[in-house]
Design a binder for this molecule. Structure first.
Ligand code: SER
Length: 340
């Protein structure tokens, strides 16, 4: 049987890199990648086809769908939260209109194949908006339906797209002749801040974690844009990729929600700095909080309740903070920068 095709948007980004590596290593699917910039050679080599273009380009999207029988979509392309505050209208266009365009294509593909195309959508802890640090402390681990009042354009975009996905999955064209056509199967998980040993994110507000680590590994000082007490959930990149592929395979019958929290460990900037300095003695971290970015981090929960994901589709992260640093981040990053 020929392998099914998965479409990955934002494929040159942090998650895209790791996800393509994993899917190529497992060999179960052929990957079609799409990004604004051309795929680097090593990624291109792992893909059936690589497209360069904009997710808002209807013609390009239709062309990709016409050329490939897409079984699943990982829609990773987005402008992250800090970048989104610099250009909120652009963030809306990319994050909402771009997603709508992908949903349209996936829906058409579902109708054409006569079965639901799975649509995996990484959402974020940015959909939550706690009003102040005292409330955040008191709230602790928060559930999916609490505090859905984001303070960033990115958070608003993600929250709305979760709703759009739920609509496409359950109600799209509910009135009229097309009501019996197969609908797509939208699944979303809310990621915490992600930390990868291989790449540094751009334009996010959880970037202080990975930036601190990569700076130390390179022997550079780091001025942290949040205070030492700032704490949010983080996840090691291999776990994020596991969440995506595991959720893709999850039995639809067992899913009680469309959107799930996925957690791994909660950690403050100071605790990250401690782990970083234990691994790279002499590393230099200072705190120079940026008022707005610090406030955004304060509005995100300290931890998330991910029991629904654990119960429904077996979510179980491999890396807590200690294992993330000791077994994945530090050894891999050391080897990486040693190579130059
Ligand atoms: N990590 C993202 C950001 O910082 C949130 O999803 O914007």
């Amino acid at each position: 049987m020929p392998k099914g095709v998965v479409l990955i948007t934002g494929s040159n980004g942090e998650i895209g890199h790791s996800l393509i590596d994993r899917i190529a290593a497992e060999g179960r699917y052929n990957v079609v990648s799409l990004d604004l910039t051309p795929a680097p050679d090593e990624l291109r080599a792992k893909c059936l086809a690589s497209y360069t273009g904009n997710i808002m380009d209807r013609f390009l999207m239709d062309q990709i769908a016409a050329h490939h029988e897409i079984e699943a979509v990982f829609h990773l392309a987005a402008l992250l939260s800090t970048r989104g505050e610099r250009d909120p209208e652009l963030a809306h266009q990319v994050n909402v209109e771009g997603t709508l365009n992908l949903l349209r294509v996936a829906q058409q593909q579902s109708a054409r194949l006569g079965r639901p195309v799975r649509f995996l959508f990484p959402s974020s802890i940015a959909v939550y908006g706690l009003p102040d640090v005292a409330t955040k402390r008191e709230a602790g681990r928060i559930g999916e339906d609490e505090w859905n009042v984001p303070v960033t354009m990115y958070g608003c975009n993600k929250l709305y797209c979760e709703h759009l996905g739920r609509y496409y999955t359950r109600y799209h064209r509910q009135l009229g002749a097309l009501s019996n056509v197969a609908r797509l199967d939208f699944r979303s998980m809310r990621f915490p801040g992600l930390i990868s040993a291989d790449t540094v994110p751009t334009g996010g507000t959880s970037d202080f974690g990975p930036e601190m680590l990569h700076a130390a590994a390179k022997g550079e000082p780091y001025a942290c844009f949040v205070g030492p007490e700032a704490a949010i959930p983080f996840m090691a990149m291999p776990d994020a990729v596991t969440a995506l592929v595991q959720f893709l395979d999850a039995d639809k019958e067992k899913l009680t929600r469309v959107v799930y929290n996925v957690g791994a460990f909660s950690i403050s900037a100071a605790k990250i700095a401690e782990r970083v300095s234990a691994a790279f003695p002499g590393s230099k971290v200072t705190y120079e909080p940026d008022a707005v970015r610090a406030k955004i981090v304060d509005s995100w929960p300290e931890d998330v309740d991910d029991s629904a994901a654990r119960n429904d589709w077996g979510w179980n992260p491999k890396f807590d903070a200690a294992r993330a640093f000791d077994e994945y981040l530090v050894p891999r990053i050391r080897a990486r920068y040693a190579k130059g």
